[in-house]
Write a protein that binds this ligand. Structure first.
Ligand SMILES: NC(=O)c1ccc[n+]([C@@H]2O[C@H](COP(=O)([O-])OP(=O)(O)OC[C@H]3O[C@@H](n4cnc5c(N)ncnc54)[C@H](OP(=O)(O)O)[C@@H]3O)[C@@H](O)[C@H]2O)c1
Length: 304
């Protein structure tokens, strides 16, 4: 990849398209790593201190693409990426596009096909850590897509910091990890806010509740690793706790929350899955067994 001399190193010019919180953090990390950085954002005025630190604001997407050799997109969704890239129909020779926008695996694969049909070297990616981690050792970014493109951008992307993991040629792979992790995050956040709602309805102070709630949170890492092992072996022993016991526990939560007029729609959906597992004879098994119950589909599925 063509690079320009910068002190003793040859360093790649980088363009960042999108200056939301994450785009700004990425641009900042590339500047810190002494890359020449060009930025573009649909709405002007989002550059923060980037220009003072040496970044150049491009007047158009086309100009931004021509200024960088690695083009990083970090926008709200894939539609925004497509709408943005449509404004740069040419000038992609010797350039690599690294799309760090969150999306769905199918969208990432479709984007890779679109890029190939336009002669653009494409790598998909997913940022797993919040903005303060970017440029530090705790950053975590996944990449997937053409190996040659990853090899070409690997060194440049080390500026983002931390762990950059290449997951192979399927462009949807990084996104697949991201959506599964977002699944965990979204349901965890729902659990946290629901528990606070129930606790406060029972007159418990948030801080007092938090002291015990963090203990529940602390159980999760060990549980995740144990479930992974059980899913690999297909053995879900109910020696620590059972699905039948969870059915009883969640009923207490739903009844108490309902008595306070708290929305229980998510818990009721979770209870349906637990009830289905019990009805199918899995009540004595451990909670990891619910994974396959979920994959077997809805309540109206045809029994084998
Ligand atoms: N923030 C985080 O902590 C974090 C962590 C991991 C992953 N991510 C991912 O990183 C991506 C960017 O996130 P973000 O936090 O920077 O902010 P965001 O709110 O998800 O995205 C804002 C960016 O998208 C642009 N945009 C929205 N609609 C557009 C359109 N139709 N055409 C062109 N540009 C458009 C905005 O431009 P305007 O300013 O013109 O509206 C802005 O640059 C997302 O996919 C997000 O999921 C973020």
């Amino acid at each position: 990849m063509t690079s320009i001399a910068n002190g003793n190193t040859r360093i790649t010019p980088v363009t960042v398209l999108g200056l939301g919180p994450m785009g700004r953090a990425l641009a900042s990390a590339f500047l810190t790593a002494r890359h020449p950085v060009t930025v573009w954002n649909r709405t002007p005025g989002k550059t923060g201190d980037l220009l003072d630190r040496g970044a150049v604001a491009a007047c158009s997407v086309q100009e931004a693409v021509e200024a960088g050799h690695v083009i990083v997109t970090c926008l709200i969704d894939y539609d925004a990426v497509r709408a943005t890239l449509a404004q740069a129909p040419g000038g992609w020779e010797n350039r690599r596009l690294v799309n760090l926008t969150s999306g769905e695996p199918a969208q990432a694969r479709e984007m890779a096909r679109w890029a190939a049909s336009h002669g653009i070297d494409y790598l998909d990616g997913a940022v797993l850590t919040p903005t303060p981690a970017i440029g530090t050792s705790s950053a975590a970014v996944l990449f997937s897509g053409a190996h040659a493109v990853h090899e070409a951008v690997r060194e440049t992307m080390t500026a983002v910091g931390g762990t950059g993991v290449y997951l192979g040629a399927d462009p949807g792979r990084a996104s697949a990890y991201e959506v599964a992790l977002l699944d965990l995050f979204a349901t965890s956040v729902n659990g946290i806010v629901h528990a606070f709602a129930l606790a406060s309805a029972e007159g418990i102070e948030p801080e007092g509740f938090a002291a015990f709630a963090t203990g529940i949170g602390g159980l999760l890492p060990e549980m995740i690793i144990r479930f992974a092992e059980q899913l690999r072996t297909g053995d879900h022993p109910g020696d620590r706790s059972t699905i039948a016991s969870a059915a009883s526990g969640i009923t207490h939560v739903i009844n108490t929350a309902t008595s306070h007029g708290i929305d229980v729609s998510v818990l009721s959906a979770a209870k349906k899955i637990i009830d289905r597992a019990v009805a199918d004879g899995h009540g004595a098994e451990g909670l990891a067994r619910l994974t396959s119950v979920l994959r077997e589909g809805g309540v109206s599925r045809v029994r084998r």
